[in-house]
Design a protein around this ligand. Structure first.
Ligand SMILES: CC(C)(COP(=O)(O)OP(=O)(O)OC[C@H]1O[C@@H](n2cnc3c(N)ncnc32)[C@H](O)[C@@H]1OP(=O)(O)O)[C@@H](O)C(=O)NCCC(=O)NCCS
Length: 120
């Protein structure tokens, strides 16, 4: 969460446990910033925090569905570049991966969110 000195929540990011084939990876989302605080760097701070935490924990990658125009600046690439496929073929243009220090090229194949996402 991003919080002001007055304890107001102005943004949040969440990562959940997901898998690529059998390998554990992180799925990022949702990410949001309160509209009156957007475009002030809060979203970037939240994404960098999630990436830094994932790196420190030895995770291989962070995967998400989002606008490449926004996420490219953080080093996200299309999953297809790394042989990682989304659960729905139509997601491909927005399905992105950011590798971390724990990345191994052997982590490839079908991505799946944690089981509760299947019920949404
Ligand atoms: C997308 C969102 C999280 C960005 O957060 P933010 O705090 O406004 O972003 P930042 O201030 O860190 O912006 C960093 C850069 O991204 C750009 N940017 C912000 N939102 C963007 C968007 N939707 N598309 C493309 N670029 C965007 C900014 O212009 C800025 O560029 P600059 O560094 O060249 O000036 C925020 O706009 C939001 O909550 N949107 C609604 C929910 C949403 O779309 N979440 C993402 C779902 S995948």
């Amino acid at each position: 969460m991003a919080v002001t000195p007055q304890d107001e929540v102005i943004g949040h990011v969440l990562c959940t446990r997901a898998h690529v084939d059998e390998a554990p990876v992180l799925a990022l989302g949702p990410l949001s910033v309160r509209p009156d605080r957007q475009r002030t760097g809060v979203g970037s701070a939240l994404v960098h925090t999630a990436l830094g935490a994932g790196d420190a924990l030895g995770e291989p990658m962070v995967v998400l569905l989002g606008d490449p125009g926004y996420y490219h600046r953080f080093g996200f690439r299309l999953g297809s570049d790394l042989g990682i496929t989304p659960p729905v073929a139509g997601w491909q243009p927005h399905f992105q991966v950011r590798t971390l220090a724990g990345y191994r090229p052997a982590v490839r194949g079908a991505f799946r969110y944690a089981e509760p996402f299947d019920r949404i």
